[in-house]
Design a protein around this ligand. Structure first.
Ligand SMILES: Cc1cc2nc3c(=O)[nH]c(=O)nc-3n(C[C@H](O)[C@H](O)[C@H](O)COP(=O)(O)OP(=O)(O)OC[C@H]3O[C@@H](n4cnc5c(N)ncnc54)[C@H](O)[C@@H]3O)c2cc1C
Ligand code: FES
Ligand code: FES
Length: 1340
């Protein structure tokens, strides 16, 4: 067992190439992700979170299992894999799967051609998850596909097209987009939408499946023979890898492992590293010695005996799942109760990658308070088989072990060898429950394992075990309660007593970490009730008629809401049959970068190779919400190796931002997360260590304001009130039948673009020139800000934007700040600087969507006709103005949505608080504000006893009219969208079915809602609509198009080439867009407000028309010539082949004094209908179906536009259902990563998802009568919110509780559960507000 000071050779393969890593590069602290991206420069694998939660870094690992003699392929998140753990493994990255330069793989081809990529940042991870699935299953089931993608987040597409591409490989796939329903879209049938595909001119195909190359497994990389040899004759010697701070020891035999553990008792065992890895990240914690049992087969042994199953501690959770599935299929049901419960949770625990990596032993030993498996193992009487050099022993996996009591724990030198789980017996029942924010890939709020054993042939409790996770620092066991219930009969009396006892024993303090205290208390008893009913049902079967039947209505408490594969139809207008084939406008053309996204060849900002002398920057942020900066002491940081400098405000040669919005803080900080200074160092590791050493001393200041309520109290506002009024509201209120007043709270939203903020500044040697590569929506703003910060003219600075990994408004203003600070560092050090925010910092520093508090007062007639509406909105702007005034303006302008109400008053104010400044976000105030309007309509409906859709229709604009700000418009497309959505969704019959369902089911309720939308596009100022383009024709006939828009994933470059192709009448393949650069197209506006393609399209059109005009004489002279010949002739005739196109912009203005204007060039109309089912006992919901009809006019590219609608819809759905930001009472953001902040995952999307573009209307104003659809779909996500509210209202009606309840978004499981008040919510103890310090505070 040698342990030398020299590192051994670490041998593993990447993409079929042997990598023998020695000495300097074998650092146990280096993850596979860092190794791939920074050392071997395979940048296709992306860094999205660094914590295993987003899947952007997914790669495939293959190992040879010498016991089963099989090669195992499994997906992993490279960010959590230490390279040292890869000894003997073969890694396949996206580059190894296929490449444009050689051969693309069918997975890559299909995801791109099915339009499954937008920004493309998640795409390599998606490809790798799908690829791994196919390496294991050539024709996987749809369920396997969903499982494989469950750990991969995408913020752009809404997942539907990604699933569609994966489905082309599935066994069930049959060529019909409605597969799974048993129907075909070509069948005649009662499904209204099925016939629509045949309407004239309507198309439902966005890609041609027949074009796809078949999957050919013989083409895949083989498992390297050398690794096979190594695995079949394994080295028994210990391998040691020494890093700078950490030594990794990988013994070759079990004996050596035990000896090493005895020698290094404090050293953890690294299995999956999914617990250790994330825990070591904060404060750069580390263990000097790590023991890796990866080469010890004894830890993987699975054995089954007559009394139970023994699972090796080294088995991955995925392996455990497979073993359990097999044993369940083999053994009688009564023996497999515990296994079934475990299997249920193993399906929803984390994503596939984590389940592949995480080990059973690591899971048990980590004893996470939220552990899904430990409560079940505890109630299932599992035992832990421990081993050390001293021998073996067993300990029970019980509450004492889970609480970490020393007497019940492992000794430091002991290792968990295996876990023994006994079979269950007849008269024994085991169940598992969990509730999380999302249905999959989310840590549970509460999780539970429950077991009861009855005396033979009776319902008398002989033994009972209940264990809960998520309720404290460890899994808790309700032992006392269980003891007291022994001998009781399984009946209602026992249930009541059990609930009382449980609430006493499993108590949760009001200020418990994680918050949601009352919800969690309710779940404790709700889960027990579910268990009670489940067991009752079984007892009925066993004891036959001695038990009364559970009334059918209550059976709905039992089943979990199913997770289903999505299906649906996308309908759009096909192009005119006379349109030339070459003309791509109106056709579903694939995203120009689609294939490059899928192969990992698309270069994002941080994929740019390291440049000579490059330094890395990291930011030091405020830990106080409002304080005076007394001192900044960077001396300790500067002494650390590799640290080059610390940049403070004093280093800024020019302007330090605005007076009230400084780039780097001076004297005072206004929020936690405010930038104070920046450290530059040689490497990422060094800079991260250094920022921890910068010491800031503060003196707290008053007041500290976080919530809108406090801001109103302190009269703390960022700008004057925005107000619009029409009619005579006071008079109207006097004449109405009824008046309702209400409040609406809408939480904020994090952009969660998959690519965090990043910039690379490269100083040139001459004339103070700087090249800036930046992920931004507004390159000119970056350029201007850097210029004023450095005090150098704008003409010395060139900003380059190749592509942006998602923006959604979050990269309009903020990138300029980061670029300017990096530029100061670059100027001071004279070296290039790279600044890449990690996910935690990005979420902490950059604000997001404004939280909103709205109050409404509405007067209406009993018929539902609204006569007067007064809405007052407050948005939480954070600590600086940023875009808050504009957001307040926009939301005021847009509040009326689709409704004509004669007497209106809308007021909005932006609050100044001590939170990071909130900013632009898709929809710009509309999604929050209009929720107030729609909530008000719902309240009117409840008061009138009419369905909300009736009130909506009654009050909708019907004829050509003027808005509250006197802009004329025709609502004809709005009405068409509404009517068509009603019809396509078969709304009326489904409304009846929903009501029927609700009558029959007490614990599950369905809800349905149809929401109309009038969304105004654009900025309220003409100058913001100008755009320019530069088009060059080269002498070989190829064309280079550049324009002012940035590629954010929305496909703007694709659309621009479609425009250029139509104008120049040459194919898109002869054209190219290289990047957006301030050197080619200057003074651009932000790519935002849905008008990017509109205005830049006009500019490209203009440039092409100028060029064509120049070429026309030649073309006329040689009508039979080719494009190339004409171009050559033009060159010979000295005709300029380069032209600037310009669009002066749509007219737009708003006079706030008069409350009048024409602020928007046009409107996008739409309607969405969603149906959901909720579980009243847990607050969970499933989205059954969504139908969207959107007025896209003449879509430039229906695939891209439908992608925008779906993506925005799912993002909106996230806003209104799962995405919750939590702040501590000190103003510190708790939710700083994918674990704490849940954006929708692949299993959250509607099971049936139909999108239809309204057959053409015309908007002559825009390029080819198209419409900008970037943002509007966001608000339609509220149809899910109102469907949930509809279901909640049904529950409340049945329970006879007040119908008017405070509307809160997001409608999280917590909100739904607590709104469906019942005997269980009544039982729980409540805490007097202000008697405790809550974990999080409301800010909306
Ligand atoms: C993104 C993400 C999502 C997750 N979601 C969930 C979820 O929904 N539900 C849930 O319950 N969990 C979840 N987890 C937690 C996950 O289940 C655990 O992290 C995992 O099971 C730990 O196993 P590991 O092999 O990675 O442990 P490691 O990180 O390798 O080790 C953890 C600890 O266990 C010790 N250890 C490991 N094996 C042994 C042994 N044989 N003997 C003695 N000590 C040992 C190590 O010394 C170390 O201290 C999630 C984790 C991540 C990263
Ligand atoms: S970067 Fe690895 S999972 Fe997010
Ligand atoms: S395409 Fe998935 S994150 Fe952008």
């Amino acid at each position: 067992m040698p342990c030398s000071t020299r590192s051994d050779e670490l041998v593993f393969f990447v993409n079929g190439r042997k990598l023998s890593v020695i000495e300097r590069n074998v650092d146990p602290e280096v993850t596979l992700l860092t190794f791939l991206r920074k050392i071997v420069r395979l940048t296709g694998t992306k860094h999205g979170c660094g914590r295993g939660g987003c899947g952007a870094c997914t790669v495939m690992v293959s190992t040879y299992d010498s016991t089963s003699k099989k090669i195992r392929h499994f997906s992993v998140t490279a960010c959590l894999v230490p390279i040292c753990s890869l000894y003997g493994a073969a890694v396949t990255t996206v580059e190894g799967v296929g490449s444009i330069k050689t051969r693309i793989h069918p997975v890559q081809e299909r995801i791109a051609k099915s339009h499954g990529t937008q920004c493309g940042f998640c795409t390599p991870g998606m490809v790798m998850s799908m690829y791994t699935l196919l390496r294991n299953h050539l024709d996987p089931s749809e369920e396997q596909l969903l499982e494989a993608l469950g750990g991969n987040l995408c913020r752009c597409t809404g997942y539907r097209p990604i699933l569609e591409s994966g489905r082309t490989f599935c066994a069930e796939a049959n060529g019909c987009q409605q597969k799974g329903t048993g129907k075909c879209c070509l069948d005649q049938g009662e499904n209204d939408s099925s016939s629509l595909g045949r309407e004239s001119g309507l198309c439902t195909e966005l890609f041609v499946k027949e074009e796809f190359q078949p999957l050919d497994p013989t083409q895949e990389l083989i498992f390297p023979p050398e690794l096979l040899r190594m695995a079949t004759n394994p080295e028994k010697c210990t391998l040691t890898f020494h890093g700078e701070r950490v030594t990794w020891i990988s013994p070759g035999s079990f004996k050596d492992l035990l000896e090493l553990k005895a020698k290094h008792p404090e050293a953890p065992l690294v299995l999956g590293n999914t617990s250790l890895g994330p825990a070591m990240k904060p404060q750069e914690r580390f263990h000097p010695v790590l023991l890796s049992p990866v080469r010890i087969p004894e830890l993987h042994v699975v054995s089954q005996k007559s009394n139970g199953l023994t699972l090796g501690a080294g088995c991955s959770l995925a392996e455990v799942r497979d073993v359990l599935a097999e044993i369940i299929s083999e053994l009688p049901e009564e023996k497999t109760q515990t296994y079934r419960a475990l299997l249920k949770h193993l399906k929803s625990l984390a994503g596939q990658q984590i389940r592949n990596m995480a080990s059973l032993g690591g899971h048990v030993i980590s004893r996470h308070h939220y552990s899904d498996l430990n409560p079940i193992l505890a109630v299932g009487n599992a035992t832990l088989n421990l081993i050390s050099t001293e021998g073996v022993r067993q300990i029970p996996l019980n509450q004492h072990f889970l609480a970490g009591l020393a007497s019940a724990d492992l000794k430091p030198e002991e290792i968990l060898e295996s876990v023994h789980i006994p079979h269950s017996r007849k008269w024994e029942f085991v169940a598992a429950f969990r509730q999380a924010e999302c249905r999959q890939n989310a840590l549970p709020d509460v999780t539970a394992g429950m077991r009861v054993l009855f005396e033979d042939g009776t319902d008398t409790i002989a033994d009972l075990s209940l264990a809960y996770g998520g309720l404290g620092a460890a899994t808790v066991s309700a032992q006392r309660s269980c003891q007291q219930l022994l001998g009781r009969h399984w009946n209602e009396l026992m249930l009541d007593e059990a609930c009382r006892l449980l609430l006493e024993e499993v108590s949760l303090p009001a200020s418990a970490p994680g918050g949601r205290v009352e919800f969690k208390r309710t779940l404790v008893v709700s889960f027990f009730f579910k268990f009670y009913l489940e067991v009752l049902r079984e007892l009925q079967k066993l004891l036959d008629r001695r038990y009364p039947e559970i009334p059918a209505r209550f059976l709905s408490a039992l089943e979990d809401l199913p997770v289903g594969m999505t299906q649906g139809i996308q309908t759009y207008q096909s192009v005119d049959s006379h349109q030339p084939l070459q003309d791509p406008v109106g056709r579903p053309i694939m995203h120009l970068s689609g294939l490059k996204h899928a192969t990992g060849e698309a270069v994002f900002c941080d994929d740019i190779p390291v440049v000579d002398k490059e330094l890395v920057m990291a930011l030091v942020t405020s830990t106080r919400a409002h304080a005076k900066i007394i001192s900044i002491d960077s001396s300790e940081a500067l002494e650390l190796p590799g640290v080059v400098d610390v940049i403070t405000a004093e280093d800024i040669p020019g302007t330090n931002g605005a007076a009230d919005d400084k780039l780097l803080a001076v004297d005072e900080v206004l929020c936690v997360g405010q930038l104070i200074c920046a450290v530059v160092a040689e490497t990422e590791v060094q800079v991260k260590r250094a920022i921890e050493k910068v010491k800031i001393t503060y003196e707290d200041l008053e007041p500290v304001i976080f919530s809108i309520e406090d801001a109103i109290k302190h009269n703390s506002f960022l700008c004057p009130e925005k107000k619009l009024e029409q009619g005579n509201i006071e008079e109207a209120f006097e004449k109405v039948d009824q008046i309702v007043e209400g409040e609406v709270h809408v939480g904020g939203q994090e952009h969660f673009y998959m690519e965090t903020q990043r910039v690379l500044v490269i100083p040139k040697t001459e004339d103070h020139e700087l090249d800036i590569y930046v992920s931004t929506q507004d390159a000119a703003h970056v350029q201007k800000t850097v210029s004023s910060t450095l005090s150098i003219p704008i003409n010395r600075i060139t900003c380059h934007v190749k592509r942006v990994g998602g923006g959604f408004g979050g990269k309009v203003g903020r990138p300029a700040t980061f670029a300017a600070i990096a530029a100061v560092g670059s100027l001071k050090t004279g070296r290039p600087i790279r600044l890449v925010l990690d996910r935690e910092d990005d979420m902490l520093i950059t604000g997001g969507r404004h939280p909103l508090f709205g109050k409404y007062k509405v007067g209406f007639m009993n018929s539902g006709r609204i006569k007067a509406l007064d809405i007052e909105c407050y948005i939480n702007g954070g600590c600086t103005l940023d875009e808050s005034e504009m957001v307040a303006e926009f939301l005021t302008l847009k509040l009326e949505n689709a409704y004509k109400i004669h007497n209106l008053r809308f007021r909005s104010r932006a609050c100044l608080t001590n939170l990071p400044s909130n900013t632009a976000f898709r929809g710009f105030g509309f999604p929050q504000g209009t929720l107030v309007t729609e909530a008000c309509i719902t309240a009117v409906a409840a008061k009138c006893g009419l369905p909300p859709e009736k009130i909506r229709k009654k009050n909708m604009y019907k004829t050509v009219d003027k808005t509250i700000y006197k802009q004329a418009f025709s609502p004809e497309p709005l009405i068409r969208c509404w009517d068509e959505c009603l019809e396509r969704a078969s709304f009326h019959s489904r409304r009846e079915q929903v009501e029927e369902f609700n009558k029959k089911n007490y614990w599950k309720k369905k809800g349905i809602a149809l929401i109309p939308m009038k969304f105004s596009v654009g900025f309220a100022a003409t100058s913001y609509h100008q755009a320019a383009a530069l088009v060059h024709i080269y002498t070989d006939g190829s064309v280079l198009v550049t324009h002012g828009g940035n590629e954010l994933g929305q496909g703007i470059h694709t659309k621009m080439l479609q425009v250029a192709s139509r104008e120049l009448k040459i194919p898109m393949s002869s054209m190219h867009v290289c990047e957006t650069s301030t050197a080619t197209v200057p003074n651009t506006i932000a790519t935002a407000a849905s008008v990017g393609s509109d205005v830049n399209g006009k500019a490209v059109q203009n440039a092409c028309q100028i060029l064509l005009k120049r070429l026309e004489p030649i073309m006329k002279k040689h009508p039979g010539g080719t494009w190339e010949e004409w171009v050559e002739a033009a060159f010979a005739k000295r005709i300029s082949l380069s032209a600037t196109g310009y669009f002066r912009g749509y007219k737009a203005f708003m006079d706030w004094e008069k409350g009048e204007g024409d602020p928007f060039p046009y409107y996008v109309y739409g309607a969405a209908c969603s149906e959901v089912e909720i579980d009243c006992l847990t607050g969970a919901h499933r989205k059954i179906r969504t139908d969207i009809v959107m007025d896209a006019c003449c879509s430039l590219n229906p695939a891209i536009d439908i992608g925008q609608i779906e993506g925005a819809f799912i993002q909106g759905m996230g806003l209104y259902t799962t995405e919750e930001l939590n702040y501590s009472p000190e103003g510190i953001l708790h939710s700083r990563g994918p674990d704490e902040y849940k954006i929708p995952t692949v299993t959250d999307i509607p099971e049936e998802f139909n999108v239809s573009l309204l057959p053409s209307s015309h908007t002559p104003l825009t390029i080819y009568s198209s419409k900008g659809l970037g943002e509007s779909g966001m608000f339609l996500g509220s149809s899910v919110f109102f469907a949930i509210a509809d279901a909640v209202a049904a529950a409340r009606r049945e329970r006879d509780i007040a119908q008017d309840f405070t509307v809160r978004s997001p409608a999280t499981p917590e909100w739904v559960r607590m709104a469906c008040a019942d005997r269980f919510t009544e039982m729980i103890p409540r805490d007097e507000p202000k008697t405790f310090k809550p974990w999080s505070i409301p800010i909306a």
